[in-house]
Design a protein around this ligand. Structure first.
Ligand SMILES: [Zn+2]
Length: 264
């Protein structure tokens, strides 16, 4: 069987084990069913996720022009505290920004290699946690817009990490933490404007990834350089495919690449 399409981050479902779906244009592949199969990946070309043109991808699946122009790549996406739609101030496209920013957001703690704080739209829970490869996570506050979430994250970053270590996450070099006690411990550092949105009596969510064998020394596949790769899929965690030879492939970091996948 072979499939071709532009890579976009996989859709997921948090069942007993996370289910992963890769959209390959004419087919919607449940990647869990491809575990323990030999897969071949071929790099074909680029396709910008915004303009659809065959242009080299710069960042986040966008060509350079789109990255600097599309409303979907404004600075407030990576830095929520820069959000201004609640003041009616436009960054690139106020209508888009109002829709994206003026909706419930969650500031959360997720543990993938260490406990870290993050921000997501409420409707992206638990998707965001799955994408990060977190085996446990908890909501701290639910606020009505992205700005409030952003300033809360900035304040909490002084007391907890905001980055994960992808190698540790993939090696499954992890420790269980009581995120309920972390949430309680961080409570006093929430900014005044967001304190009323603290979520009381919350319980952490556990996530189980479909991984049969964790790599000891994960090495990252650069499909653009290598052009093709063949390996046996032994796991999926976060947005990474894990192969038997310890090669790992970050689907999200390769958005916008058109690939052909051959299933042996
Ligand atoms: Zn483009």
């Amino acid at each position: 069987m072979q499939y071709q399409g532009v890579l976009k981050k996989m859709a997921t479902e948090n069942l007993e084990t996370v289910q992963y779906y890769l959209d390959m244009e004419t087919d919607f592949l449940n990647m869990n069913q491809l575990l323990n199969k030999e897969l071949e990946f071929h790099f074909i070309t680029y396709e910008c996720l915004s303009c659809g043109l065959e242009k080299e991808i710069y960042r986040q699946g966008f060509c350079k022009k789109c990255f600097f122009e599309t409303a979907k790549a404004g600075d407030w996406i990576m830095r929520p505290e820069l959000s201004k739609a609640h003041l009616g101030i436009e960054d690139r496209d106020l209508e888009y920004e109002k829709q994206a920013q003026l909706q419930p957001h969650i500031v959360y703690l997720a543990n993938s290699s260490n406990v870290k704080v993050g921000v997501t739209r409420k409707n992206q829970v638990p998707t965001r946690w799955i994408d990060q490869g977190a085996h446990e996570a908890i909501e701290i506050v639910e606020v009505p817009n992205r700005y409030l979430a952003g300033i809360t994250e900035v304040a909490l970053k002084e007391h907890v990490a905001d980055k994960t270590n992808w190698r540790k996450m993939l090696k499954n070099d992890i420790e269980d933490e009581s995120l309920e006690s972390w949430q309680e411990k961080l409570r006093e550092f929430i900014p005044e404007e967001a304190k009323a949105y603290f979520i009381e009596n919350n319980k952490e969510t556990s996530i189980n990834f479909p991984v049969e064998k964790y790599p000891l020394k994960p090495k990252s596949l650069n499909l653009k350089k290598q052009e093709s790769y063949k390996g046996k899929l032994v796991g999926i965690k976060g947005q990474y495919f894990i192969f038997e030879d310890e090669t790992v492939f970050n689907v999200r970091a390769n958005e916008g690449l058109v690939v052909k996948i051959v299933v042996k």
